[in-house]
Ligand binder design. Structure first.
Ligand code: BT5
Length: 275
């Protein structure tokens, strides 16, 4: 039913009408079809895309996941957006923690908009009922030794009710979990308000507060997990989230192993999302 409010196309007017932010989304690009909102955000110069600029689209032709993977999303069903950040030097030092702050923010926004309970999965997935409902991709561009800009890309499965066979066992949406369609403009308003607040907290408060908020939302600590890194898979007990966002795993020989990049599976390796 195209005239249902939840089927409305994304529009700047609808999004900005009730947007409670100072910076995030105060400049916004609402696009129809684009290769990737992250790519678009990264291409903006400082006048076109100041700090906090938001890029969203109905459809991505080459939606990107981490490590060269793809993000699949049916047209006009979901939320696909990027926030362009232009951090100063002090902020740059906290860049590795931005995905964790963003995961806390996005979880809170989804819970506020839907009442569904959201779990965080390392490094930056959000799950509902153990299935992935949201993925994040942080890309930074360097200028010499300094981060010049960061594109924080977020994809949320909102009103998509079926997924390609390969994703089906691992993916879900707010519609599937909550049984009701969700208005994407309203969800984006919640997201941007929550992201702006958590970003400010990341910059101004001890990082442990944010890391603890993330850890509270994760079911993994103290349980046995398998991590697939570039070098291969290892198994152990998830012990701690380090202050740089790495995952510390206690191996069977008693040593503590640091994982900086990889994919986690709770239990056995065949449960991995990514093949
Ligand atoms: C991510 O990567 O989860 C990051 C996704 C970021 C997407 C946003 S959309 C806006 C912005 N612009 C972009 O171009 N990207 C960002 P990763 O952890 O690597 O997960 C990718 C894997 O998740 C894929 O290989 C699939 O197995 C699976 N996947 C793909 N699409 C999915 C979906 N809609 N729901 C759940 N899982 C999905």
């Amino acid at each position: 039913m195209p005239d249902q409010p939840t089927d409305r196309p994304l529009s700047i007017d609808a999004i900005t009408a009730d947007l409670h932010t100072y910076v995030f989304g105060r400049k916004m690009f609402v696009l129809d079809t684009i290769a990737s909102t992250n790519e678009f955000a990264k291409s903006l110069n400082p006048e076109e895309g100041p700090h906090g600029t938001v890029v969203t689209a109905e459809e991505q032709l080459s939606g990107k996941g981490r490590l060269g993977r793809r993000w699949e999303s049916q047209r006009s069903k979901n939320l696909l957006f990027s926030i362009l950040l232009r951090p100063d030097e002090a902020e740059s030092l906290k860049a590795p923690l931005i995905p964790f702050a963003a995961a806390v923010a996005a979880s809170e926004a989804i819970e506020l908009a839907t009442g569904l309970q959201v779990e965080c999965k390392w490094p930056n997935d959000l799950l509902i009922g153990k299935k992935k409902v949201c993925g994040m991709l942080l890309e930074s561009s360097m200028m010499g030794f300094r981060i010049e800009k960061i594109a924080l890309g977020i994809g949320v499965n909102v009103n998509q009710d079926d997924f390609p066979a390969a994703l089906l066992p691992h993916a879900t949406s707010l519609l599937i979990e909550g049984g009701a369609p969700v208005d994407r403009s309203r969800l984006l308003q919640h997201m941007l308000a929550s992201l702006e607040m958590q970003y400010a907290r990341l910059l101004n408060e001890p990082v442990e507060l944010m890391l603890n908020a993330w850890k509270k939302r994760s079911a993994m600590f103290g349980t046995r997990i398998t991590v697939r890194e570039a070098q291969g898979a290892i198994e152990g007990v998830a012990e701690e989230l380090a202050t740089d966002g790495s995952l510390l795993i206690r191996l069977d020989d008693g040593t503590l192993h640091t994982v900086r990049a990889g994919d986690v599976s709770l239990g056995y390796e065949q449960d991995f999302l990514h093949h």
